[in-house]
Ligand binder design. Structure first.
Ligand code: UDP
Length: 258
């Protein structure tokens, strides 16, 4: 069995917690109603390997209230360790589910989009607003700006007090930014969504379903963005490290030996 770390069925993957639960959307909606705030991290192999080298990132992930198994590598590892079905939850799909629910059942809740090139979050918001006219998007902001504009954004968030804040700055920038700024809106749900705004506004596309179903979404990203090849070396590195540590744990050999 993987190590149980905290409530909501959290298991350890290379020292990082991952929450394994049946219904992540229900958890988010409960949290939203309670106004108790949360930082949601969508964990994949690449982020896990970054956290091995970046202790601040690792600490932020450990302190997040919800860490979802976003990557195929994470899910395969958990399946192996727990000997049970663990569903992969792509962060973008969880975010989309939440936006649809907010647009139909929680129209009083305020939503903010932050990140992406100039105009991207605005366009994504416009398209979401068309799909769900009830959706209450109170503001958007691009992810490229001067320090002065960054201060303006913080001021705006403090004034607006959005209930859900989607942050698409890429990893680890978005996680660091959320952890530094979540005190501005302590009751909000903050979700790092990577390049989701690019997809929502139509600048990029997601991998075809057959590739995603075969755990090959990363291959499509490599085809779409070949410059990512260096970052993607984290994937074989993750497989090697996680599975060696998994076998060690299964054999009950202390991790410190590794
Ligand atoms: N981005 C941004 N500000 C920055 C750097 C990046 O808003 O200073 C945006 C970028 O435009 C893109 C997203 O962050 O929309 C990163 O997307 P990516 O798919 O690379 O995210 P990751 O794979 O790291 O989750």
């Amino acid at each position: 069995m993987g190590t149980i770390l905290k409530s909501h069925g959290a298991f350890s993957v290379l020292g990082l917690p991952v929450n394994v639960m049946g219904n992540y959307s229900a958890w988010l909606l409960e949290r939203l109603q309670q106004r108790s705030g949360a930082h949601v991290v969508t964990l994949n192999a690449e982020m896990t390997m970054q956290a091995q080298r970046n202790q601040s990132l690792a600490e932020i992930i450990r302190n997040a209230e919800l860490i979802i198994p976003d990557g195929a590598g994470i899910v395969l590892y958990l399946r192996l360790m727990l000997c049970q079905t663990v569903q992969r939850i792509p962060g973008i799909e969880l975010a989309e589910d939440l936006l649809r629910t907010l647009g139909t059942q929680y129209t009083d809740k305020k939503v903010f989009f932050y990140g992406g090139a100039v105009g991207v979050a605005g366009k994504a918001a416009e398209l979401w607003q068309q799909e769900g006219p009830g959706l209450n998007i109170v503001g958007t902001c691009s992810g490229y700006h001067s320090p002065g504009e960054a201060e303006e954004l913080r001021h705006k968030l403090k004034q607006l007090q959005p209930d859900v804040i989607f942050v698409g700055l890429g990893v680890p920038r978005q996680e660091l930014w959320i952890s530094q700024n979540r005190d501005l809106c302590p009751q909000a749900i903050w979700i790092g969504v990577g390049g989701s705004f690019d997809i929502w506004c139509g600048r990029k596309t997601r991998a075809p379903r057959w590739l995603a179903n075969n755990n090959l979404e990363w291959l499509y990203r490599l085809y779409q963005e070949p410059w990512r090849w260096k970052r993607m070396l984290a994937l074989p590195e993750f497989v090697l490290k996680a599975f060696v540590s998994g076998v060690w744990e299964k054999l009950n050999i202390p991790q410190s030996v590794l």
